[in-house]
Design a protein around this ligand. Sequence first.
Ligand code: F6P
Length: 404
Amino acid sequence: MASIKRIGVITSGGDCGGLNAVIKGIAREAYALGVESVVIPNGYAGLYNLVDLPEVVLLNADRVSRIEASLAGSEAGHSRVKISKIADPRKYERIKEGLKKFGIDALIISGGDDTGSVVVDLSGRGIPCVHVPKTMDLDLQPYSVGGDSAINRIAVFARDLKTTGLSHNRILVIEVFGRYVGHTAFRGGVGAEVDCILIPEIPVDFDYVYKHMKTTYFARIERSDVRAGTYIIVVAEGIQNANGEMLIDESAGVDAFGHKKLAGAGRYVRQQLERRLKKDPAVLKFMKRVGMYAPGVYLVPEVREVTPGHLVRSGHSSAFDVIFGHRAGAVAVFLLLEGKTGYTVVNVIGDKIYYMPTSEAIKRMEVDLNEVALFESLGTCFGRPPRKYDYELIETAEPKRRHV
Ligand code: F6P
């Protein structure tokens, strides 16, 4: 076993659910094994500035008991700083000086793909690091803490929107985080039984979305004894058109990792639907037929967009993320003490701890379009004419467990 007496804990990238459980898992396992753990605050910005800090917070039993694992966000704080981008030629020496100052022998770092690339970088420079996968986007190869919490929150928001949608007979578009993949939009949308889910993996055919919306929405109101109906769309912030262009507001700028800030997909979808509703002569006839029409005032159904933004990763963590976080944090300590560096925790099943090189773990995982086809066969619109669900039957004695 490598001689590790003190571990530094870092959380980095966007915050989300389950991170406090990761911190507690690390601290409690380390304590049980006679190793100290300390917080390096505010992600990689804190690591860079560690040498100037007067002290670090020791995660002893008392301090850890004051961290609430079920609260989302991170007690250790976050920043979107990538070490390689810091304009200081001495940055790596400075980091090593900081680690030396506080007697920190190794790091456990929880974050997504950008964070993981820094784990690879630091590990290659002789700083022992283990990575705990974290991102609400779920775009890593293994499950990442925060994904389940975000899915549950998206499902609750989308489900709750139905009450106002039904009261006003509105078509509602809810834009959710997820960066360049649609995992959380897909699963949150299915969880809320919404009508349409638009994800970056499927270029949006707005004529098809309009057709699906019109058929579903018209029928709903016409069949209702009180003439009530709504149509709910969950749209992932990173949707694209058939040319691979993102349907976003280009003026939003970039973040500290250098990524475009994604915003505007919900508005884009709303505008596309409004344009078609206004041009379609069948809409006015429908409005008259169901008694919604008011001359000069109410000629077409309203479309509104809602953007919960950071709310999808705030508040409380799901029980699954609390469990996963505790477990992943704890076994990250085992990996470090076994001399592993540059690796990502994948899962724990019974007495088996699965891990993989961080360089592999951070390769982007997209939504499986076969799975989408299954939900298309159940009637959900994914912004294209439904594809056939092709399947294969496999009998197995050892089910492969991977959450969401
Ligand atoms: O990567 C996680 C994430 O929540 C993305 O889904 C989203 O695009 C981004 O972070 C928002 O980042 P920030 O909090 O820096 O605005």
